[in-house]
Ligand binder design. Structure first.
Ligand SMILES: [Zn+2]
Ligand SMILES: [Zn+2]
Length: 164
């Protein structure tokens, strides 16, 4: 986030956040990743937005969720989505960092497991970032292996009905 974009973010106090949380909860679904994804309105950058009243202006949903769970965001600091999912409002997936740390992280060329996020390994992410092909493959293999375990454990309908 640029300095200008940061300054455009209104500070959110705990009372406002608490009031908005009741409204927000109704539009959040849990994804397999553990992300709590906002299903309501998004701004141009893909961040969820909400508002207290027509005159209050837009507030970013993830910031509201963070303030409600962990307290007000100290001035000069921004929220970094550790999961890289801008729609996510799971406070456990966020970290409060300085602006410069935030830009350093978004310029990162390695995924969290240390695979290079360049060339063929960098898959453009619908959320606007880059995701790691190697990590996706690891996740897919894991899912398949879990499925195989379930397939082995399943008994046939014939066995179930005592036909064998
Ligand atoms: Zn998340
Ligand atoms: Zn990776």
């Amino acid at each position: 986030m640029s300095e200008d974009a940061y300054l455009a973010c209104k500070p959110i106090d705990a009372t406002t956040a608490a009031v908005l949380m009741t409204k927000i909860r109704a539009s959040v679904v849990e994804a397999d990743s553990g992300c709590l994804e906002w299903t309501g309105a998004l701004n141009k950058k893909g961040y969820g937005i909400t508002w207290l009243s027509k005159s209050s202006g837009n507030l970013r949903v993830h910031r509201v969720a963070y303030v409600a769970a962990k307290g007000e965001i100290p001035r000069g600091l921004v929220i970094d989505h550790l999961c890289r999912n801008r729609r996510c409002c799971n406070p456990e997936h966020m970290e409060v960092v300085t602006l410069s740390e935030n830009s350093r992280r978004s310029a990162q060329t390695f995924c969290r497991r240390g695979h290079p996020l360049t060339g063929r390994n960098a898959v453009p992410d619908p959320r606007g970032g880059r995701s790691c092909r190697e990590c996706r493959n690891i996740a897919a293999r894991k899912k398949w292996a879990e499925g195989a375990h379930l397939r082995r454990a399943a008994i046939s309908p014939q066995e179930q009905w005592g036909m064998k």
